[in-house]
Write a protein that binds this ligand. Structure first.
Ligand code: ADP
Length: 246
C-alpha cells in the first residue's frame, strides 16, 4: 500500500531523515513512536508530501515518485499523491465559521465534486460513526477539543482516502478527552482502513497497531508487532526510550 525507500529529508544543513525504509500494508495500522525530534512528524508529512523528501522513493497504491536533488517532480504528481491521503492534525484545523456538517461536507463537495445532498447524507453517517450525530449543526467553538478532533477524523474519512495519517492527534487535548478520540481511532482501525499514526499513546500502540515503528535520530531503529517492541526487544535504544516514558 505504502512503500518508502531510502528516504532522506534535510532542512538546510539539518538532516532529519537519514535513509528511512517503511512499508505499510493495506488495511493495517502502523504506529510510529520515538523521542521528540527523532523525525516522526517529518516522516509522516513526507508520506502525503506536505514535506518534499530530499531523496528517496514514495509509493502509495499505484503511484510512485522518486525524489532527488535533480529530479523534476510536478505539482500535479504531488497533488495526485496527496489526494490519496487524509490527515488528522494535532490542532483540529476546522473551519470556524462553518457548522460541523459543513466542515465534513466541504472536501467531498469542492474537491470530489459530489452533489451536496449526497455529501450531506454521507457526512451525517460519518458523524454518527464518530458519535457526533447530534452536533451536526453546531459550530466548532461549541464543541470540546475531543469532539472537534472526532470531527477532524470524520472530515478525513469523508475524502475516502487510501490511507489516513494521524499526527499526534491527542497531544493537544486535556487528558480526560484523550480516551474518546483513541476509541474512535480504534474503531476506524478495526474497519480495515490503512492508518499511520504518530503518537505518544503507548496504550494505543499496544492495542491497535499491527506494526510499531521505533524511530530515533532520523532512522528507524527497529519495527515489529507491539508484543515484540514492548516486551521482547533487546535493542538498547528502544529499551531506554520505553523505560523513560513508562
Ligand atoms: P518528531 O515528530 O519526532 O518530534 P520532527 O519530525 O517534528 O520530530 O522534527 C525532527 C527535527 O526536524 C527537529 O529537530 C525539528 O526541529 C526539525 N524540523 C522539523 N520541521 C522543520 C522545518 N520545517 N524546518 C526546520 N527544521 C525542522
Amino acid at each position: 500500500m505504502i512503500t518508502m525507500q531510502g528516504l532522506h529529508k534535510k532542512f538546510g544543513d539539518l538532516e532529519v531523515l537519514k535513509g528511512v525504509d517503511l512499508k505499510v500494508s493495506k488495511g493495517s495500522t502502523v504506529v510510529i513512536i520515538g523521542p521528540s525530534g527523532s523525525g516522526k512528524t517529518t516522516l509522516l508529512r513526507c508520506i502525503n508530501l506536505l514535506e518534499i523528501p530530499t531523496e528517496g522513493v514514495v509509493e502509495i497504491g499505484n503511484q510512485s515518485i522518486r525524489f532527488s536533488p535533480d529530479a523534476k517532480v510536478t505539482k500535479t504528481d504531488i497533488l495526485s499523491m496527496r489526494r490519496k491521503t487524509g490527515m488528522v492534525f494535532q490542532g483540529y484545523n476546522l473551519f470556524p465559521h462553518k457548522t460541523v456538517l459543513q466542515n465534513v461536507m466541504e472536501g467531498p463537495v469542492t474537491v470530489l465534486k459530489k452533489p451536496s445532498a449526497q455529501a450531506a447524507a454521507e457526512a451525517k453517517e460519518l458523524l454518527a460513526k464518530v458519535g457526533l450525530a447530534d452536533k451536526a449543526d453546531q459550530f466548532p467553538h461549541q464543541l470540546s477539543g475531543g469532539q472537534q478532533q472526532r470531527v477532524g477524523i470524520a472530515r478525513a474519512l469523508a475524502m475516502e482516502p487510501e490511507v489516513i495519517l494521524f499526527d499526534e492527534p491527542t497531544s493537544a487535548l486535556d487528558p480526560e478527552l484523550v480516551g474518546e478520540v483513541l476509541k474512535v481511532m480504534k474503531e476506524v482501525a478495526s474497519e480495515g482502513i490503512t492508518m499511520v499514526v504518530v503518537t505518544h499513546e503507548m496504550r494505543f500502540a499496544r492495542d491497535a497497531a499491527d506494526k510499531v515503528v521505533f524511530m530515533d535520530q532520523g532512522i528507524i531503529v527497529e519495527e515489529g508487532p507491539p508484543e515484540y517492541i514492548f516486551e521482547q526487544s533487546q535493542n538498547p535504544r528502544t529499551r531506554t526510550f520505553l523505560n523513560r516514558i513508562s
